[in-house]
Ligand binder design. Structure first.
Ligand code: CMP
Length: 486
């Protein structure tokens, strides 16, 4: 598969999973995120191995602009080197991790890097200047390859079409060299893998050292308790869990503190140890809190206050309590933050940086999904599902090991799970009461790999008791997974 095809396949898969309301915006953000990640990695590699620059063909990377006529014959090609030293220190992907979990804007490509707002005390770790790259000798900020306007497309791209029409004059004809970028296919990149678990081969490894913040046994105990019932951590093996625990940082959050702002770039994922958080979504527009409309721009009239609305953050959509987590969407899909998250009381959070989240957690989830997709493809009941539908079922599966003789479901119990036998064997038994009043247990079925049971709405199996007769693994479709009558 070509780089382009692979990119598009990844984009389509992610878009289907997310089902964005604004598809174009989703695509723009998705490509922007890929581009930023890739360029930061290139710069990292070149910072470590400047000699690679000489090995690279100078026309290795082209930005191609299309003339406003849109005709294919009017392509012009401009050499752009994201490797070229630019006279300012550029951020590496490591540096792009803001020292403060609130510093969600400090990522390459974020136009707000030119913002001079004071940051947290650890901001000395952050690059002093916005990241740039050089086009024809001219310093430029990264732009979205799908954006046809100026440099700070991040601002613009966050506005939905109607909103941006209020703020912006009509777009000029497409004419700048940096508007469209060909997919990058560098020999140098082959030396490193992407951190995107969504798009990399499952078993590739990142050689990026992950952060390690030493912790007391008591802190470790508290994190483990916080993640114990969180499905996001369910797929981690011991080594992965250790990596995640090492990378987590404790945060004491005050009442009313805003941990995440809708529209910001996501750098951290959070697990709630104690306290309470509300998540809000502004429906009226998607623009980030730091956005200021250009002078003289017309703004839409403010919406009247409604119950459950925060005057600034919008509608309350959910609450995050101890053991839950938030902030995963932006890290997974490269979106701006989808909601604003604010502490309702003094709280304790554990934050996990984007790189660790993607290299460990997403990778484990990806591997798990691949494993279950293969398993589900062998289940006769599901042969009519499309690959995409099987993926969805795979994501909903929770694997559980049952010991020999252990009951999986009991006769007469209300059941809201549907089970597949992943490995081993299960027996279905039924208790019968004879005319003499004696109860006997008879075996009515034996189930092996790929067989299923449960789901009382789908199958008249509620009068059975299934015991794990040598069953090693059963896979349950989680509560809420749908199954059709039949
Ligand atoms: N209804 C919701 N829509 C979107 N995000 C939500 C919602 N409820 C909670 N959230 C969380 O709010 C977080 C905001 O940052 P993210 O978009 O990274 O991830 C988001 C989710 O974890």
């Amino acid at each position: 598969m070509s780089t382009f095809d692979a990119l598009i396949a990844d984009l389509i898969r992610d878009a289907r999973r997310v089902q964005p309301k604004d598809a174009l915006q989703f695509c723009a953000n998705w490509f922007q995120s890929r581009l930023e990640e890739q360029r930061a990695r290139c710069r990292d590699i070149l910072a470590q191995h400047p000699s690679f620059l000489h090995d690279l063909p100078q026309d290795h990377y082209h930005d191609i602009s299309i003339s406003s006529s849109g005709s294919g014959s009017n392509f012009t090609s401009v050499t752009v080197s994201p490797y070229e030293p630019a006279g300012v220190s550029r951020p590496s992907i490591r540096q792009s991790i803001a020292a403060s979990p609130f510093g969600t804007l400090d990522v390459p490509g974020n136009a707000l890097l030119s913002d001079t707002t004071p940051r947290s005390s650890s901001s000395s770790m952050l690059p002093a200047l916005p990241p740039t790259f050089r086009v024809n000798g001219q310093e430029m900020s990264p732009v979205s390859p799908l954006t046809v306007r100026g440099r700070y497309s991040v601002h613009e791209s966050m506005l939905p079409p109607t909103q941006s029409m209020f703020h912006q004059p009509p777009p000029p004809p497409i004419e700048t060299a940096e508007d469209f970028l060909q997919p990058f296919s560098s020999t140098i990149l082959a030396r490193r893998t992407s951190v995107s678990a969504e798009s990399i081969p499952v078993d590739s490894e990142s050689d990026e050292p992950l952060p390690h913040f030493p912790k007391t046994p008591e802190q470790l105990r508290r994190i483990k308790a916080s993640i114990a019932n969180n499905f996001i951590f369910r797929d981690l093996d011991e080594e992965q869990e250790t990596g995640v625990l090492n990378a987590m940082q404790e945060m004491q959050v005050e009442k009313d503190e805003v941990v995440i702002r809708q529209g910001d770039v996501g750098e951290y994922f959070y697990v709630v140890e104690s306290g309470l958080f509300y998540c809000y979504i502004r429906q009226d527009n998607n623009q980030p809190s730091w956005y200021t409309a250009p002078e003289g721009a017309r703004t839409p009239p403010p919406l009247p206050p409604q119950p459950g609305h925060h005057p600034e953050f919008g509608k309350k959509v959910s609450e995050c309590k101890p053991g839950s987590s938030f902030g995963e969407l932006a890290l997974m899909y490269g979106h701006p933050r989808a909601a604003t998250v604010q502490a309702m009381e003094p709280s304790v959070l554990w934050s996990l940086d984007r790189i660790t989240f993607r290299t460990i957690i997403l990778k484990a989830a990806h591997r798990r999904r691949t494993m279950y997709e293969q398993f589900l493809a062998s289940v006769p009941l599901l042969t009519s599902l499309s690959a995409e539908e099987r993926s969805k079922v795979a994501d909903a599966l929770v694997s559980r090991v049952y010991q020999d003789g252990e009951a999986v479901v009991r006769q007469g119990e209300m059941g809201d799970n549907f089970f597949f036998v992943e490995d081993g064997e299960a027996t279905a038994t039924k208790t019968q009461t004879g005319e003499d009043g004696q109860t006997t247990e008879i075996t009515v079925n034996r189930l092996t790999k790929g067989d299923y049971f449960g789901g009382e709405h789908c199958f008249a199996a509620r009068d059975r008791m299934l015991t794990a007769g040598g069953i090693n693994r059963a896979v349950a479709v989680a509560h809420g997974a749908s199954c059709s009558d039949g």
